[in-house]
Ligand binder design. Structure first.
Ligand code: ADP
Ligand code: ADP
Length: 234
């Protein structure tokens, strides 16, 4: 039903003499409930792939299915990418990008409020995640008052709060210490299992790489699949 499926995806930047094939052949399948790692050196195409997956840029060729929906098929694509981004995809970025004039709980509650959930319920959902991420005691603080690690955990709560079927996380644990980095991965795994979410984590973080059961490596725009260690987290 859900999950992510990518077949023979290509992405070319520029045209003619300036053409550059940033994605040459990307194949990826993430089942609902699965958390996979995506690892590759600088310039290998990770950002380009995340932007294709996030419906921020269009691929050039191939097939991409997100959740139960085919969104790109060799030139054909769905019309309403904004709705797709809102309903299907949770983003957790490298930099937190919190809204500076909203306190922590409202930064997280904003998305469910925009989706029509009552303010009380949205804040309750937000608090639930903030507790799981060990930042509930900062709920009434403004983003500027938080440490980098606290901001990152709030940004993770915001990416998860609407329970999207797909979560794209770009270096989500980079600024966190080992214990907190593993806590984030535990939450992503719990989330995946509980809500059948398909989660892709772009990372270089040696603290979390051993936890993945499956890893995609990308090199010069080509993906390779590898079995991970799947080390239990605790
Ligand atoms: P990564 O995220 O792994 O560092 P990127 O996806 O950012 O890799 O880039 C992959 C390749 O595509 C690089 O060679 C980069 O220079 C090139 N590239 C990225 N974005 C563009 C663009 N908008 N126009 C042209 N080339 C680009
Ligand atoms: P990162 O290292 O985080 O992947 P980059 O520094 O590679 O980011 O790229 C930053 C931005 O510049 C991205 O949006 C990328 O698409 C764009 N970019 C990267 N390389 C090129 C390029 N050769 N031409 C145009 N845009 C590029």
């Amino acid at each position: 039903v859900g999950g992510v499926r990518i077949e023979n995806l290509k992405k070319q930047y520029g045209q003619g003499a300036n053409a550059f094939l940033a994605l040459k052949n990307v194949n990826m399948q993430v089942a609902p409930g699965e958390v996979v790692g995506l690892i590759g050196p600088s310039g290998s195409g990770k950002s380009t792939l995340l932007k294709c997956l996030g419906a921020i840029i269009d691929p050039t060729e191939g097939v991409m299915k997100l959740g139960d929906q085919l969104i790109y098929d060799n030139g054909w694509k769905v019309r309403d990418l904004r709705a797709l981004r809102r309903d299907k995809i949770g983003f957790v970025f490298q930099s937190p990008y919190l809204i500076p004039f909203l306190d922590v709980v409202d930064n997280v509650a904003l998305l469910p409020m925009l989706a029509g959930v009552s303010n009380g319920q949205a804040r309750q959902k937000a608090m639930h995640l903030l507790e799981a991420l060990d930042v509930a005691h900062r709920a009434q603080a403004m983003p500027s008052q938080l440490s980098g690690g606290e901001q990152q955990r709030v940004a993770i709560a915001r990416g998860l709060v609407n329970q999207p079927p797909i979560i794209l996380a770009d270096e989500p644990t980079a600024p966190l210490d080992s214990e907190r980095a593993l806590a984030v991965i535990r939450i992503l795994n719990d989330m995946a299992r509980e809500y059948e979410t398909a989660i892709i984590v772009v990372t270089h973080d040696e603290k979390i790489i051993p936890t993945f059961r499956r890893i995609y490596h990308i090199r010069d725009g080509i993906t390779y699949e590898e079995a991970g260690q799947g080390r239990p987290i605790n």
